[in-house]
Design a protein around this ligand. Structure first.
Ligand SMILES: O=C(O)C(=O)C[C@]1(C(=O)O)C=C[C@@H](O)C=C1
Length: 291
């Protein structure tokens, strides 16, 4: 006589059915993404990468999530899936600023882009940007800008060229998990569209050819409807020596702003005699509020 089926057997049978359903849906999702890839046309410069859409998908899922399965793990699983399905559409590789003593960026890049994507550690943020510019990497992962950096990587992104690499995401997007190292966030750089998600930050480079204090610039930004939430400044000559002269500010704005936004021309007009040049350096969807 065969042994009687126990409640545990029944539950495992149910798990097998669920696993089949999840697996079927994964294969179905992959087939749809293949069609999306075809609809986007030939892969030029990483046009298949849509960070805003990725953020929107995860925000929508988090809004409906409930039960005992950890939200962060949902994000982690989706991140693995999304990168795998991005790779169906075209080449994808990541260059991460991860010198010996700062391995944390490697962990958060791997959490975001998955454990099977080709990933290279580089010793400087500039090398990560170069990898994106020369096409050896699709995405570069660099430290979130710090005020005290007197040779900041972001100055290499200051350009009006629409095909230049720009900031496309802030990492971690869905919680830091067990990533090693300090608590510093990273930014992802790629040649991909800066698109709105409904809750965004934009990075503006503001080049100033004369004397304009940060306080004055802040007032001007606010008056133009561009609420600044963070500033970094780089002086082209005599960096950090307090000398006046050409300087570039990286200003984070609590809104989505694209290069044709009328608020940018309003800012230039408002500066009057002082030569001011404004460019967008990209931006990011505000990450999920998960530990
Ligand atoms: O919606 C797209 O454009 C896709 O390519 C699909 C998808 C996804 O897996 O959902 C994959 C990569 C993109 O960066 C965004 C989303």
């Amino acid at each position: 006589m065969p042994p009687a089926r126990t409640p545990l057997d029944d539950l495992r049978r149910e798990i097998d059915q669920i696993d089949d359903a999840i697996h079927d849906l994964l294969m179905r999702r992959a087939a749809v993404v293949e069609r999306i890839g075809a609809a986007k046309g030939s892969p030029g410069q990483a046009v298949y990468l849509r960070p805003a859409r990725e953020a929107t998908i995860l925000r929508r899922l988090m809004a409906r999530h409930s039960g005992g399965f950890p939200a962060q793990v949902v994000v982690r699983m989706w991140r693995e899936m999304i990168t795998a399905l991005t790779r169906i559409q075209g080449p994808f590789a990541v260059a991460v600023y991860a010198p010996e003593e700062k391995r944390g960026f490697w962990d958060i890049a791997r959490d975001h882009y998955g454990s099977f994507v080709p990933m290279t550690a580089v010793n400087t943020a500039a090398a990560a940007l170069r990898a994106v510019s020369d096409g050896t990497a699709t995405v570069g992962v660099v430290p979130y800008p710090a005020e005290d950096d007197n040779d900041p990587w972001w100055r290499f992104l200051v350009s009006a060229d629409v095909n230049r690499p720009r900031v496309v995401a802030r990492l971690p997007f869905g919680g830091r998990g067990n990533a090693r190292g300090e608590n510093r966030d990273a930014l992802a750089i790629a040649v991909a569209a800066h698109e709105p998600t409904g809750d965004d930050r934009t990075l503006l480079s503001i080049e100033i050819g004369g004397d304009l204090s940060r306080g004055r610039l802040k007032d001007m930004l606010e008056a133009c409807g561009l609420p600044p939430v963070a500033f970094c400044t780089w002086h082209a000559h005599g960096a950090s020596s307090g000398m006046s002269g050409p300087s570039i500010h990286l200003v984070e704005i609590a809104d989505f702003v694209d290069h044709a936004d009328p608020r940018l021309s309003a800012l230039v007009e408002r500066s009057g005699e002082i030569p001011v040049r404004v460019n967008t350096v990209g931006g990011y969807a505000v990450p999920l509020n998960l530990p």
